[in-house]
Ligand binder design. Sequence first.
Ligand code: HEC
Length: 110
Amino acid sequence: MTKLHTIYATSALLVGGIFLGNTVVADTPAPTPIPASGSQCLSCHGEDGRPALADVPIIAGQQPIYLANALRHYKNGQRTGGQALVMQEMVKDLTDKDIEELAKWFGEQK
Ligand code: HEC
């Protein structure tokens, strides 16, 4: 390789490196979509975790263990009163895996 070729090769590497570096910095990670089993949750609990409805609890950023317990208690009928009937209807077809995934997802929303 001639000296000129070496310079070209080095410049190409540098430019490539700069572009790659910029790409990494410029890309903000896309938000993780809610698991499919929770597609109906956001209409009440809000797309960004802030419900538009005044009587729906904010669950974004809540502790996942607490959320999973709440969902299980709606499902097995232990949690009643208030508007529990609304949630009992929502969770009746969720599996334990769905509950774990949804609790984790809502807990991660800020
Ligand atoms: C029709 C509106 C509606 C939909 C849809 C809905 N929720 Fe709810 N959610 C509520 C209301 C109202 C409450 C308060 C219930 C009560 O009084 O116990 C609630 C309560 C909760 C709670 C308990 C919060 C706490 O602080 O104890 C969790 C967890 C929850 N919802 C998760 C979900 C998930 C997950 C889904 C989707 C599978 C969902 N909700 C779908 C309206 C809704």
